[in-house]
Design a protein around this ligand. Sequence first.
Ligand code: ATP
Length: 319
Amino acid sequence: INKIGVLTSGGDAPGMNAAIRGVTRYAIEKGLEVTGIIRGYEGLLSHEIMPLNRRSVGAIIHRGGTMLRTARCLEFLEEETQKKAADYIREQEMDALVVIGGDGSMRGAQALSRLGIPTIVIPGTIDNDMGGTEYTVGFDTAVNTVLESVNKIRDTAFSHDRVAVIEVMGRHAGFIALYAGMAAGAEAVLVPEHEVSLEDLCTHLNESHRMKKMSSIVIVAEGAAKGADVVDYIKGHTYLEPTLTVLGYVQRGGSPSAKDAIMASLFAEKAIDSLLAGTYNCVIGQIGERIVATPYTEAERLHFPLDENMYRLVLALGR
Ligand code: ATP
């Protein structure tokens, strides 16, 4: 291969810029040309591209968001649209495409690969919910952002003898809630991987209150319940005074943590090395201590579940 394209797609995540930089510079190091595609799959349809060199990806490693911008492109679900994109990639003489994004973006890459375009995916989403990897770029930064906010909320909850309910992102997964909950010393976490019983939660909170606990932090994953419903239920079934914070988009922003910038760079290296070795239609990932490339079809079946022990430990340590 001589020339590759790179794009970011789906929700943005801290570390996407570090991945763009890694892909671009490592590919150039290996003698490849690199084209950046603006606004994800959308850019393949509107023909928004830019050549990338070492300098054009300078001073972005520490920035949140993505310099290539991103988009959700619903049209791309249709095969006719995918064919147009594939034709454009061929026209531009890109021999392969690196997609940085989440699960949906991976399905887009898989669609292109079915049309004969070699693609490779670098997992970039704060949710940590992709097949073929135990880690997705952006997760660590999001957990740290949540932790920082929870610590601030805890200060005021403690002063007022309150229950603070905090709703966090994660789509259908509870990773952000569980990890932030553990790090912040939450009293309970509600995650979609476990059946949510608000009755049990209230029993738990009442018991802690009887044990003279001054304040409680409850972290709710968006995929498990609505924070507002949890607050209403606690109000209706206890004498406690719950407050609600929905953290929202702050979790997607900010400079990547050291871990995310490092993982983005290592994933980028593996992506380019794989393409050069003729391995494509794969998602790059971390499995155990190794960075690996797993074919899309296998990755779909290779999901790493939430750590059960960690879930139990949060509850045990929280009261
Ligand atoms: P995040 O997890 O951060 O939200 P994501 O990559 O899962 O990221 P999506 O919005 O699900 O975000 O997907 C991004 C884009 O990928 C979509 O807007 C669409 O263009 C493309 N895409 C998603 N699913 C498919 C599919 N089944 N076939 C083809 N393209 C798809």
